[in-house]
Design a protein around this ligand. Structure first.
Ligand code: GAP
Length: 517
């Protein structure tokens, strides 16, 4: 009997829905696509902008109340993507922003060594089997070649194996052992040559993180605005990394967007602010409608910390492709004074801060003049919540995706929290005649001033509801024969599919209330 066709995984279903409905397309698709690059379609860009705007609102316009009971001070910035090349020498990226990479001599495949997992026989006899994402394929090879079970093997990361063990490793996409090279450092920096001359002296980099632009403008911001330490600088924008293995859809791409905030504080307050920001950032992810059980903190082990970092915690999400495990979503790092110190050394500019308030306080406390002088000028410490905007889009898509067998209209739909849905309200005339389109279009022209609406007069009403459910529109309004008589409409809610009748002039307030709630 022929095998039943394999069911698409949840991730494959999400990717297919997002393509079909205009959320995310492979970049340059008509030329066969470009690995690691994605386009955000008409609905994807709305979703992405909604998340970006909510981050900006909560960082710059309405930042949280700090541990001392006052709102924290955060200003915005939009720095250049290409900065002076010395920036990346000072930050350490030129020298050490690289991934260990292994090649397969047979297939010419290239893998990030620390992403390759290996089944190693517990008894030390026979071959080991490597895989990246496809554990099932490796398990099949074990059963077929070695005639053993995966339970007879330990699962380890390739980089933990001694090099002489590589000869016995069957690569992820081969049948033979010993085809993997030893890991080599592979720079993640994408370079470019501004101006007419294309030589080493003119080499610059597309930024791999938005953070460094903030450090370069620290002095400008202190000198030209009224901020005083402690304060933060927030930035959203594109970053570029020449990832060895871009994978898992938009999770790890070569061009992506980040939302980063560098919070400058006195060195002896850094731990307090680190604790503050880690809690605040988790609250923010929950405010997007992400369920608590799909989020967790993961503190970095001491040996995992970047050499300048005193503490780092990742906020992780249970993605469909990591479940039951979790994967990184945002990092909150205590960067000490590393960045400002480095840029000060490499640029020759003073990037320290004179803390007038601290000076007064120390004097009042009767500190010695030497102590006052030494302590009131310092290089601020930095606490950095750094998250991926495009990764946040992925999280909201995964979190909202529903597939309910037998559901009326469409089994697949997106249950976004209304505030983040690309379209908030669908507006339909029941039929495209009898005066209904005119009333519906008038309502659309009025309400689109307040929130994103879509006017759709075509197809059966059931198909229009189904399409709106698929793209995650929380409410739909239908103008029918009764509307013309008594000025009422039906309003339908996406998740429950319940309909109620309300006055046409109450639609704005009805939707607004749900958006605010
Ligand atoms: N300034 C610190 C910094 O850039 P990071 O952990 O390398 O830290 C921060 O990046 C966030 O940016 C990650 O938590 C992730 O959400 C996002 N990110 C990093 N690399 C990415 C990639 N290749 N594709 C998509 N998002 C990425």
């Amino acid at each position: 009997m022929a095998d039943a066709p394999a069911q698409p995984s949840v991730m494959e279903q999400i990717v297919s829905l997002c393509k079909r409905r205009g959320f995310v397309y492979p970049a340059s698709e008509i030329y066969g696509g470009l690995n690691g690059f994605w386009d955000y379609g008409p609905l994807g860009v709305l979703l992405k902008n909604n998340i970006r705007d909510w981050w900006w609102r909560n960082m710059v316009e309405c930042p949280p109340i700090g541990p001392d009971g006052h709102p924290v001070d955060i200003v915005g910035l939009d720095s250049a993507i290409i900065q002076h090349p010395k920036t990346w020498k000072a930050s350490g990226h030129v020298e050490s922003f690289n991934d260990p990479m292994v090649d397969c001599r047979e297939t010419k495949g290239r893998y990030r060594a620390d992403h390759v997992k290996v089944f190693v026989p517990k008894d030390g006899k026979g071959f080991s089997y490597a895989f990246v994402d496809d554990r099932e394929a490796a398990e099949k090879k074990i059963k077929r070649d070695a005639k053993r079970n995966p339970v007879d093997y330990d699962e380890v990361i390739l980089t933990t194996l001694p090099l002489d063990a590589y000869a016995k490793v069957v690569g992820p996409d081969t049948k033979s052992a010993g085809t993997l090279t030893e890991p080599r450092a592979f720079s993640l920096m994408l370079d470019t040559y501004p101006g007419p001359i294309r030589d080493e002296n003119n080499k610059a980099y597309l930024r791999p993180e938005t953070a460094q632009g903030i450090f370069l403008d620290f002095k400008n911001i202190v000198d030209t605005t009224r901020v005083k330490v402690p304060f933060g600088v927030a930035q959203v924008g594109k970053s570029f990394r020449n990832e060895v293995t871009p994978r898992n859809y938009i999770f790890r791409s070569r061009e992506f967007e980040q939302m980063e905030m560098e919070f400058f504080c006195p060195p002896d307050e850094a731990l307090k602010w680190y604790e503050f920001w880690r809690a605040e950032r988790m609250k923010w992810w929950e405010s997007l409608g992400v369920s608590k059980e799909n989020l967790r903190f993961r503190d970095h082990d001491k040996d995992e910390l970047a050499f300048y970092s005193k503490a780092t915690v990742d906020i992780e999400y249970r993605y469909p492709f990591t479940a039951p495990d979790f994967g990184e979503l945002e990092g909150v790092a205590h960067r000490g004074d590393y960045d400002l110190t480095q840029h000060s050394k490499h640029s020759g500019q003073k990037l320290d801060y004179f803390d007038q308030e601290l000076q007064l306080k120390l004097k009042e406390q009767g500190a010695s003049p030497e102590d006052v002088k030494a302590k009131s000028r310092y290089i601020p410490n930095v606490i950095e919540p750094a998250s991926g905007l495009t990764r946040a889009v992925l999280v909201l898509l995964c979190e909202a995706y529903r597939n309910e067998k037998g559901r009326q209209g469409t089994e697949e739909y997106l249950s976004f929290k209304p505030q983040f849905a690309p379209i908030k309200l669908g507006i339909f005339p029941l039929v495209n005649k009898d005066g209904m389109p005119e009333v519906a279009e008038k309502l659309y022209l009025d309400l689109r001033k307040t929130f994103t609406c879509e006017y759709d007069p075509k197809q059966s009403i059931g198909k229009r509801y189904a399409r709106m459910d698929e793209i995650g529109t929380p409410f739909c309004v239908t103008i029918d024969g009764e509307t013309l008589k008594d000025q009422t409409v039906t309003i339908r809610e996406r998740d429950s599919m319940k309909q109620e009748r309300i006055a046409i002039d109450k639609v704005r307030a009805f939707v607004q209330e749900k958006l605010n709630g």
